[in-house]
Structure formats: C-alpha cells, structure tokens
Ligand binder design. Structure first.
Ligand code: ADP
Ligand code: ZN
Ligand code: ZN
Length: 880
C-alpha cells in the first residue's frame, strides 16, 4: 500500500492537478492520453502538449478533446510528465478540457488499466464505464453565476475543508461575475479568451460556489425545471401596492409583504405550502406585474424534500458485535481485508454495515455501499439516509442523467462521504476510501453483461487493496466462489493465489425470531389427486387464512407475461421470434406476443401460422396468469404485480412497495424482484408457485441460483413479531437445492453443490472464460470460431514451453487449461445473428486474459471487415 506522497492519498482535485506555475517559469508539460479510437491502438496512450492556458485545468483523470488525424476526439489523461519519448516538436496540443474538474482520479485511471487487462477490453471502454452517462452524452459545458446571485460566501468550508474564504469582493472576482451574469452562461473557452490569466481564480470561484458549472445535455428532457416566484418591484412599491388592495384581499397583501421582506426568488410550490397561499393568487399578482414567475433549472436531488427519520446506532447483539469487531480492527489498522459476512435473513447485517461505516467516517475516510438494484431496495436507502443524512449520495439506475451527474459531482466536491448504489457505484471517485460493502454479494447483477464485463466484487477488492480499505461481502447465501475463498475452506481448492476472505457468521435472527417453517409441495401429487390449479391445496388454504387475519402474502413466480409459449395442438407449431431462436411469450394485457430477447412485439395469432388450425393454445404460467387466477379464486383480493412490465416507469418499484407496506394490498406477486431485501412486518406467508423455473436453465449455477432464490424469498416471511410460513411448489421435491433451502441449511447445500462442481469441473474448482462469436452467416462463424480456438491453444502451448524451459519463475506453475468448443450457443440466434461459443477452463495462475488479448488481436481485421463479433467474458455469470 503506497503511503505518504502517493497521489492516492491526497485530495482528489488538489494533487491530481498540476502544480501551479513555479517562479522559475513554465516548462512544457506532456500529457499521456488514452484516445477514443477503435481496436488495436486503444491501450496505447498518445502524448500531447498541455498548452499553458489549460495547465490549471488538466490533471490525471481529466477528459480532454485532442486532435487525432483530421478529427477532435475525446480522451482521458492518464499521466503527466515533463518528458516525452516522442519527438517533442511533432506533438500536437490538447485542444480542450471537457470538465472543469477531472471526473476521475489517478487511482481510477490505474484501475481502468487493470480492468482492460483482466477483462480483455479496451482501456477507453473501462474509463468510460466509470463516469456517469451524462458525461458520455453530447453536451455543452458552461459556467454560470450561482443561484444565490453570486454573493461571495463568507466562511464557507472550502473543498479542502477548514479554511475560510478570504477574498470576498476582489476586483477580478467582480469583473468575472459581472461578465458571466451578462451572458447568463459562458463556455470555458469564451471565459479564458476574455480573462486569459484567470484560470486559478476561476477554479477557486468554482470551488467556493460563487460560480457553478452548468451542463446542457442535448436531450432537453434531462433538465429539471421548477417554477420560481420573485418580486418584480422594489420593497417600497410592493408595500404601496399592498396598501392599495381592498381589505378582503388578505392573501395578496400577505404575499406582497412577504416579498418586501424576502426579495429572493422562491420555488412556487414550496412557498405555496409554507404560506398556505394558492398558486392562483401568485399568478394573479404576476399578471398585475408585481411578481414574476419564471421557470428555472434546479440542482437535482432525487431525494430532496424527503424526510428521513434520523436513527441512532442500535445496541448490538452478541453475534453482531462478533462480526463488527474484526471489521473495526481492520479499519483501525487501515489494513486491506476482505470479510465474508454470512448472516441468515433477518440476522441484522444492515446494522453491522451501518456501524462499520460510522467507524470509517470517524476516521475521516469514505465508504461505498453496493446493493443489487437500488430501485428494489428503497428501504436500504432509507436506512442509510436515516443514519448519515446528507453525507449520503445515491447512485440510482433510474435517475435521470442529470441527477446522476449531480450526485457524482457531490463526491468530487467532497460534499458526501458515503455512496450507495448499484454496480457502477463501485467507481465513485473517492480519494480516501476506507470501506466497501457489497450487500447480497451473490447477486448476478453485480456482473456487467456488456463490455467491460466486470464483476463489481472483483473491482471493489481491487480498489480497496489500493486504499488499504476493508471490503465486507454480505449475504445469507454467499456465492460458492466467495465462500470457497474463506480461509478455513482454502485447502480444498489448491487456489494458487488471490485474496483470502475472512468468514464472519451470524447464524440467528435478531431477538431469537425463528426462521419460517417451510413446506415443500409436490405438484405431481397434487395433480394425481385431481388438483389442476396452479395453487396447491396447502398454499390455497394458507392464502385464505392470511386474508382472514389481514396479514400479507408474497408470491414468487420467476416468469413474467401470461404464458411461456403458444403452441398449436394440431401440428405442434410453437410461435417463435423470427429473429431469435426462442419462443415468444404471450402478454395478456396488451394481447401481444413478445420476444424477451429482442423486444419484438406482435399481435396474438388467431389461427396457427403454420397449418391454419384454430386449436392454438397457451402453455406455461406467467405472472399475469397468476394474477388473473388469484382474482378468480379469491374474489376481491387486492394484488400488486411486480415484474418488468409493471415497473418500467421511473419510481414504479417504490410506489408499488409503498402501497404494499401501507397494506393497500393483500398479495405482492412478482418475479425475483420480490425476493430481494424487503422487510415488511405483516408478511407472514411466502409462496413459490414453481421452484423449477430456474433449476432447469442450461447453467451450471442453476442449483445455486435456485437455492439462493428460495432462501431469499423465504426470508421475507416472519421477520418481525409474527411468525412466518413458506410453501415451495415443485415437480422435483427431492432436489438438494430445494430440500436444503427448505431447511435453511447453507452448509448442507454447499457440500452437495461442491461435490457436483468437483465432478463436472466447474468453479470454484477452476476458472472459466466464455468466448461468444456471432455473425449473420454460419460458415464464416464456424471458421472463425475454429481458428480462434486453434490460435488460443497454440498460445497456451507456447507459454507451456516457456515455463518448461524455466523462463517463467512464478511459484505457481500454470497446470490446467482446456478449451471446449466451438459449439452453437444455447440460444443459437439473437436478432438475426447466429451464435457460437467456446469455453475455457483453467486454474488461477494461468494468464488467460493475456492469451485471449493476444488471440483476439489476430482477429481485428475480420472483426472490422466481416462484421464478426467476438465477445470475451472472463468469469461469466450467464452462459447463454
Ligand atoms: P438482514 O439484512 O440480515 O436480513 P436486517 O438488517 O434487515 O437483516 O435486520 C432485521 C431486523 O432486525 C430489522 O428490522 C432491524 O431493524 C432489526 N435489528 C437489527 N439489529 C438489531 C439490534 N441490534 N437490535 C434490535 N433490532 C435489530
Ligand atoms: Zn398448426
Ligand atoms: Zn427476438
């Protein structure tokens, strides 16, 4: 861990920037820039000259515009130096700086390099994955005077903390403020051409908040506008007008008097609530010309106006204390450590996270909390905001680009200390990270399925190791990969390297609450006894009982839509997507057939498209069908359905969950969304309609995913005073993943599953990489796939030979490497492109990423000319 003078430990925007010019006069500074150009060259930085007037603004992590051939391209500065290996006179100058403060810091720049090597992607792709979408969009960046009129703030804490701002009202300040105010907003270029030497001053004014950076994203919907009211007259005149009004115009008088005392613009809605005066009254006065109502862009805070009840730390239970202590100790020592917190559902993991973060903040360090999908966990946000208030920024996939960008800026400006968010929040540009928490660490959403195909867990550990920070992976059902890395398990795996995790266990629910009783229902038996309904008799009775007792039920069916497929009974034709090799799903509400892969939607067929028969029927069950059935069986039942179809709108999850929590519904029915993290006191029944939906996926993790899903959803029941009960309906009641989940027995599951993985040679006994090729024509695809595999094997052979001649001196001799395929992918065609794949199995210690990089490079031409796509996925989560 680098200490002292390391750039990682200094403030983000201070030391990442160049030192201001020394007395000795300016020397030429060169920037190494990763430029946004395709293919081969991307991982090679290009040298550019930093022009003197841009020196103040450029640091490691800056986004810049640089001339590249005839164009200006975007690039990231990854290094600065007073030397260059190139011929200095031939170097071009950086044309522009795109951000007033570098959006990334030196540590993140190094991380991007690590990602590109590990995940076999372009460095520019990794860099771009780290910044919020708004910075990728087309936009114009301007400088404006702050909303409060640019009155220079006194005694405001500067970005570095502590010192008061002492240069209020200097002549240059005033000149700049005046210049900007006249133009409303000014581009950086215009500003610097007017005040060429004002770089440092501008920067200070931005940090102080006298000036603000505004960004116009081209998409106009991004900007949030609010109506503001302000007086159009001087105070005296306002008072005069108020006296002129008839005595019954009380409200109007009151408003005028208010503005005579408070001339600042105020948000209309807020003012209306505060004074109890309707918008109509205000508009009336505006029409008279006494007030002005204007639309303004506001600083977007998705949680603004929301009150979060402040909470204080709870006295910990003994097992929480035992979990927290080692984490605190690691924090004290500023030692990098990875903890796997295995705590059953309801064991109080969140309180452990909260107190660990408190400790980290007390040390003056910063923390990141990752959750699988933040819109599904509004309660998590509440708990963190409740404990740490405005020190928390929320990075939310459903935020507008502008909102996300604003939350991101708060990090750079050191206004927040904790970031909570989904996967990409792992890139929060903190400079002094102490702790990263990954809740529900087993969730597959931590893996990004598009390039860079990174896993947030690995990235988090990588970042933490550079900061001397602790990582806490929390779960009731840890992934096998993580569990196998805990120290006491280590000997089983001949794991050649990598970090070891420390296992912390919380085996009981808080306050000795019991885990719910789980019944496995054999659907074959139900059928034999004549029950053709999708509800077993047991589950039916249990729901009925809950309706009587006014308790709530959660129902899980991991399949949206109405039915899974539509088949002709006469000829057996199954309606398929014409572009993908997958059957279409019937959606009843819209009466359409939809492809869940490419989004195609077409009207339901009246007759068989193949033989014209009218005997075309729906098969399988989706969430819409269950909802309909519930309505028939329990007239008047109030059901909230939560799946991709009902939650596409912004804020939909939260609205649905709030309704459920307020007991405006009896049943929450949904896909796996309902399995995660919810904590409702009155939920005493959980029903799983069909536990087999996940089990039969062509995926070696199918059993693990089934176990996790069942355990998680069962964990929603009986979390508070009332005891819970769970029904799992299945056609395979004897499968170990279902049996062990019903007993809440992680260890037993682990043993069976490890046995299976060992036999078949899957992680954690080896590592995987998946290479998928796609093209419109099969012959070319097969040729490319086979030649790729041949080259890859060749690569391996060469590295073996090297190892044998003693050139490689790694203590871990790479010993296992196997390539399977190419074969057709489980979904052989998506969007009219055929798909083949090959799988690499290897042991830790083999440089698969290196070999894949080398092999893929040989295909650059084919990729470009023939439009072949090669997708490389190191440690894939999805094998289809
Ligand atoms: P998990 O995340 O492990 O499933 P939670 O953190 O949601 O569990 O905790 C379950 C419940 O127990 C919550 O309602 C929480 O407020 C409560 N709880 C947690 N810790 C304590 C404690 N030390 N004392 C009392 N209640 C607690
Ligand atoms: Zn037919
Ligand atoms: Zn399709």
């Amino acid at each position: 861990m680098p200490k002292g003078g390391s750039p990682l430990h200094a403030g983000l925007y201070e030391s990442a920037l160049l030192p201001l010019e020394e007395e000795s006069g300016p020397s030429t500074v060169y920037a190494q820039v990763i430029v946004d150009v395709p293919a081969k060259q991307t991982n090679r930085p290009f040298d550019y000259v930093v022009p003197d007037e841009l020196k103040t603004w450029i640091g490691v992590g800056s986004r810049v515009g640089v001339p590249f051939g005839p164009r200006i391209l975007q690039g990231f500065v990854i290094g600065l130096s007073e030397r260059t290996d190139m011929e200095a006179s031939k170097l071009k100058k950086i044309e522009q700086v795109l951000d007033l403060m570098p959006p990334l810091n030196p540590e993140l720049v190094q991380l991007a390099n690590w990602m590109s090597r590990t995940y076999v992607c372009h460095e520019i792709t990794a860099l771009q994955a780290m910044i919020p979408g708004a910075l990728k969009a087309k936009y114009e960046k301007m400088i404006a005077v702050a909303e409060d009129g640019g009155r220079v703030r006194q005694n405001r804490t500067g970005a570095g903390g502590g010192q008061a701002v002492m240069f209020a009202g200097s002549a240059e300040d005033d000149a700049i403020v005046e210049f900007v105010r006249q133009k409303t907003a000014v581009s950086t270029e215009a500003m610097l051409s007017r005040f060429p030497a004002a770089g440092p001053l501008l920067k200070r004014m931005l940090e102080q908040g006298t000036l603000v950076e505004v960004q116009t994203v081209k998409d106009r919907l991004q900007a949030k506008k609010m109506l503001y009211v302000e007086p159009a007259l001087e105070a005296e005149e306002l008072l005069a007008q108020s006296r002129s009004l008839p005595s019954n115009a009380k409200r109007q008088k009151e408003l005028l008097i208010y503005f005579s005392e408070n001339p600042e613009p105020a948000p209309l809605a807020e003012l209306s609530e505060k004074l109890g005066i309707g918008a109509g009254t205000m508009k009336g006065l505006a029409e008279k010309g006494w007030l002005t109502i204007k639309e303004r862009e506001v600083f977007r805070d998705p949680y603004e106006g929301r009150k979060f009840d402040r909470t204080s730390p709870l006295p910990l239970t003994e097992q929480q204390r035992n979990a927290l202590d080692p984490i605190s100790e690691a924090l004290d020592k500023k030692e990098h450590n990875v903890f796997l917190l295995h705590g059953v559902t309801g064991s109080g993991k969140t309180e452990v996270y909260l107190q660990a973060i408190q400790k980290c903040l007390d040390q003056g360090r910063e923390a990141i909390v990752l959750v699988p999908e933040i819109s599904l966990t509004p309660q998590m946000v509440e708990r963190f905001k409740g404990r740490f208030g405005d020190a928390v920024a929320v990075m939310h996939s459903r935020l507008s680009q502008g909102e996300r960008y604003d939350e991101w800026r708060k990090i750079g400006l050191k206004r927040v200390k904790v970031v909570i968010g989904a996967r990409s929040a792992v890139f929060a540009p903190f400079a002094d990270l102490g702790l990263i928490i990954i809740d529900e660490e087993h969730e597959s959403s931590y893996k990004q399925e598009e390039s860079p195909k990174y896993h947030a867990r690995d990235v988090a550990i990588q970042r933490a190791s550079r900061h001397g920070a602790a990582v806490v992976l929390g779960s009731a059902t840890p992934s096998l990969e993580s569990f196998s890395k805990t120290v006491n398990r280590r000997s089983d795996y001949e794991d050649g390297g990598g970090s070891q995790y420390r296992l912390l266990t919380m085996a009981d629910r808080v306050e000795g609450r019991p885990l719910p009783a789980v019944h496995i229902v054999d659907l074959r038996e139900e059928l034999k006894e004549g029950n053709r309904s999708m509800f077993s008799r047991g589950l039916y009775k249990a729901i009925e009982e809950r309706l009587h007792k006014k308790e709530q039920t959660v129902l899980l069916l991991n399949r949206r839509g109405y039915s899974t497929f539509v088949m002709c009974r006469s000829c057996g034709y199954v309606v398929q997507c014409p572009h993908c090799d997958i059957s279409l799903t019937y959606h009843q509400v819209s009466r359409t057939m939809r492809c869940h892969y490419c989004g195609l939607s077409q009207p339901e067929p009246k007759t068989c498209p193949s033989c014209d028969s009218e005997h075309i029927r729906y098969f399988g069950t989706g969430t819409q069908r269950v909802e309909e059935e519930l309505g028939k069986l329990f007239p008047g039942i109030r059901v909230i359905r939560m799946d991709v179809d009902t939650t596409s709108e912004k804020g939909a999850h939260e609205r649905l969950l709030t309704r459920f929590r307020n007991k405006q519904a009896d049943v929450l029915l949904g896909t796996q969304m309902v399995a995660k993290g919810l904590d409702f006191p009155d939920v005493t029944l959980v029903g799983v309609i069909a536990a087999d939906t996940v089990l039969h996926l062509p995926d070696f993790r199918a059993a693990e995913k089934t176990f996790q899903l069942l355990t998680q959803v069962a964990g929603r029941a009986g979390r508070h005073k009332l005891p819970g009960e769970v029904f799992i309906q299945t056609y395979t009641p004897d499968h170990y993943s279902i049996v062990t989940a019903s007993r809440h027995d992680y260890k037993a599951f682990l043993d069976s599953e490890l046995e299976m993985r060992r036999e078949r040679g899957y992680p954690p006994y080896c590592e995987l990489a998946l290479i998928t090729f796609s093209h419109e024509q099969v012959p070319l695809l097969v040729r490319a796939g086979e030649s790729f595999v041949a080259r890859l094997k060749d690569c391996w052979q060469r590295s073996r030979n090297k190892a044998e001649t003693g050139l490689a001196h790694s203590p871990v001799q790479p010993s296992y490497f196997e390539v399977y395929g190419p074969v057709a992918s489980p979904i052989p065609r998506i969007k009219d492109r055929y798909r083949f794949q090959c799988m690499v199995k290897y042991r830790v210690g083999v440089d698969v990423s290196g070999m894949l990089t080398e092999t893929a490079a040989a295909f650059d031409e084919t990729v470009r000319q023939e439009k072949l796509q090669i997708s490389i996925d190191v440690n894939p989560q999805v094998l289809m």
